[in-house]
Design a protein around this ligand. Sequence first.
Ligand SMILES: CC(C)(COP(=O)(O)OP(=O)(O)OC[C@H]1O[C@@H](n2cnc3c(N)ncnc32)[C@H](O)[C@@H]1OP(=O)(O)O)[C@@H](O)C(=O)NCCC(=O)NCCS
Length: 186
Amino acid sequence: MLIRPYRASDEKALLTLANQVHGAGYLDKSKLEDYLQRGLAAGLNASFVAYLEGKLVGYRLSFSAEQWHADEWCNPQLWPVAASKMAYFKSVAVDPGVQGQGIGSQLLQASIEVLQQQGAEAGLAHLWMQSPGNSAVRYFTKAGGRLLAVHQDKWLALSLQSSGYDCPVCGKECHCTAAEMVLEFP
Ligand SMILES: CC(C)(COP(=O)(O)OP(=O)(O)OC[C@H]1O[C@@H](n2cnc3c(N)ncnc32)[C@H](O)[C@@H]1OP(=O)(O)O)[C@@H](O)C(=O)NCCC(=O)NCCS
């Protein structure tokens, strides 16, 4: 297993995996470029990929503190650290064929190390509560994540946009729920 920071040559395989796991139209080149920029700070990259036998089997995209903004799905009053010290775990996926083998957890730890070096003290995430087997919440809880709030229809507006995506659970009109969770860094 190779875990390393994202490089431009990972783009095609990462987009394929993201849209396979999260639904067609979930991620495109321009969104990916924006997400990647938000993880670059202090000369370090907080976004990682995992390779197994030469194949990209996982990715984790993370935003450095002060490189993203809290929106209506965030409750900063519940956060244990100042907004300026909060990183954001934007997106993760592991190839369904190799889920449950520790890849998602290793990607998260690699990202946390860099986010800390960049100055963050904790990371926020919106976990997909309908993910198969509730794997998303389970994996984030195992890593030390704590539930702050539950948000209904977090992705509804996004799914209905003309450039929206097909939710693997709901189809065109996504009614999935998000768990706003925080992970305090050691
Ligand atoms: C969530 C995800 C990134 C976790 O990565 P992973 O490599 O499968 O996870 P790990 O092997 O590191 O396992 C960590 C914990 O996650 C949970 N988990 C992992 N795979 C699971 C599965 N298929 N079903 C239920 N729980 C699972 C378990 O609690 C596991 O700990 P355990 O092995 O001690 O029981 C991955 O399963 C995935 O891509 N799921 C689908 C997409 C998704 O939900 N993305 C997150 C959106 S917010």
